[in-house]
Design a binder for this molecule. Structure first.
Ligand code: FCB
Length: 479
């Protein structure tokens, strides 16, 4: 299907004088998406299936049986989406390659139509003056690799490195910034322990092995990208700002276990070259499995050019009985912790509390704990809201504007406290397939009508465009 001209006019960038957040000169702005959430064309152009095709087509796995078969049809409509980005004025666009569009079986024969698609996308972005930031893995493992064990097995990490090498050789001349993995927490623990995401497994050791192999795959990919001459290489983590429900010894111990599961399992190997200090009490010794090999920590802790942080909301934890009494029967997320929600603030339609100060605390905490922290990029931040199209045909998403405004100010607070943050990407450019939550959760600054696939820029799009224009005209010179 050819790309139809269905984009509604975004309207002029007029309005009252700018009084939004201000960033230092050189700070960069962008929006983010991911392949399975927007591309569609699931069985076109030689693409092979991924675990998200299998999962979303399994009854009961996603809300209302939603799939990414069509999603936003970005595969066909990407010129229109790039026009929206150009009009927005972003410096950069973060998106992901679909591994199984490039390598339908995960390894082996390359799909020339997949290469052509990303060639066109990159070329059009560059022609629009937008620097591509590419995520290699945003959760869509080729199904062929899952059939051979998925992230539970080391050969998947090796296949990932080969895919990274292929991508760097073919596209490295046009990609400014490479992100190896998006949120490995979700891949390992939501996918292989909670089972809420693909591949829908509920395991203990399997999920811990997956976490390790994701990190090994990251390290191998860093080396492959650098060997091909890439200069800006990093990883995106969804680190959590975690509060304890109380100062009691039980809740403080629960906090340590939650910190281990959510944060330290990633930051310690990546940034300190060691395994997390509290992994034994968290997983009863199971994390230290035979999948760990000598030399892995050196590989995983290859220096990074930047760390990507995705932030949405804080969490609060409290001690709770394990779901399985026998440690051997526990999934990797069954760590004797439950989440409570003491936040008396507004919540988004995801049910997430809006607490911008937690964003500052997270960034400052990371910077304090890791003095040699590489530069930080906010690779995702945004909110899902109950958007409606008003009588004037527009989406007046004031809640999203407030969310973005407050969270960007939280980033400027972190900058003022010495955290080296270089850029910020809004999640997301478009409303899209929100994984197990299907299409009900709208994160876009551009509305997508899923019947017609028409794109309509929301008020938040205009707000962001004004912010970028104001930043270009007069960056903050006070810091
Ligand atoms: C993050 C994911 C992204 C999107 C947002 C809302 O965890 O990286 O794909 O689903 O949440």
């Amino acid at each position: 299907m050819p790309a139809a001209a269905t984009t509604a006019a975004p309207g002029p960038a007029t309005g009252p004088a700018y009084d939004g957040p201000r960033f230092p000169a050189g700070f960069r702005f962008g929006t983010a998406t991911a392949a399975y959430q927007i591309e569609g064309a699931h069985d076109e152009g030689g693409r092979g299936p991924s675990i998200w095709d299998t999962f979303s087509h399994t009854p009961g796995r996603t809300l209302g049986g939603a799939t990414g078969d069509t999603a936003c049809d970005h595969y066909h409509r990407y010129p229109e989406d790039i026009a929206l980005l150009r009009d927005l004025g972003v410096d950069s666009y973060r998106f992901s390659f679909s591994w199984s569009r490039l390598l339908p079986q995960g390894t082996g024969p390359v799909n020339p139509e997949g290469l052509d698609f990303y060639d066109r996308l990159l070329d059009e972005l560059l022609a629009a003056g937008i620097a591509p930031a590419v995520t290699l893995y945003h959760w869509d493992l080729p199904q062929a690799l899952e059939d051979r064990g998925g992230w539970r097995v080391r050969s998947t990490a090796e296949a990932f490195a080969d895919y990274a090498a292929l991508a760097a050789e073919r596209f490295g001349d046009r990609v400014e910034r490479w992100i190896t993995l998006n949120e490995p927490y979700c891949s390992a623990f939501v996918g292989y322990a909670e089972g809420r995401h693909a591949p829908g497994a509920r395991e203990g050791r399997g999920a811990l092995a997956a976490a390790h192999h994701l990190l090994v795959g990251h390290g191998l990919a860093v080396r492959a990208l650098r060997a091909a001459g890439s200069r800006e290489v990093g990883i995106t983590l969804n680190l959590d700002r975690i509060h304890a429900a109380s100062p009691s010894a039980e809740d403080q111990a629960a906090l340590l276990r939650a910190e281990t599961l959510h944060n330290d399992v990633w930051t310690e190997p990546l940034l300190s070259g060691r395994y997390p200090a509290h992994e034994h009490e968290t997983w009863s010794g199971q994390a230290d499995g035979p999948w760990r090999r000598p030399g892995d920590l050196e590989l995983i802790s290859e220096p990074l050019d930047f760390v990507g942080i995705n932030f949405y909301r804080p969490i609060t934890v409290k001690a709770a009985p394990h779901r399985a009494a026998d440690p051997e029967q526990r999934t990797a997320v069954d760590i004797g912790v439950t989440e409570i929600d003491p936040y008396g603030t507004r919540h988004t339609t995801m049910g997430w509390p809006v607490v911008p100060a937690a964003f500052t605390e997270l960034l400052v905490g990371l910077h304090t704990r890791y003095p040699d922290l590489p530069p930080v990029w906010i690779t995702e931040n945004g909110s899902a809201e109950a958007d409606e199209v008003a009588a004037d045909g527009r989406v007046h998403d004031q809640e999203r504007v407030s969310y973005l405004d407050a969270h960007m100010r939280a980033v400027t607070d972190a900058l003022a406290r010495g955290v080296d943050v270089r850029g910020y990407f809004v999640w997301s450019l478009l409303d899209n397939f929100e994984w197990a939550r299907g299409y009900d959760q709208r994160f876009g600054i551009v509305r997508v009508d899923y019947d017609t696939l028409t794109r309509t820029p929301k008020d938040s799009y205009r707000w962001f465009r004004n912010l970028i224009a104001a930043h270009r005209a007069a960056p903050d010179t006070t810091s």
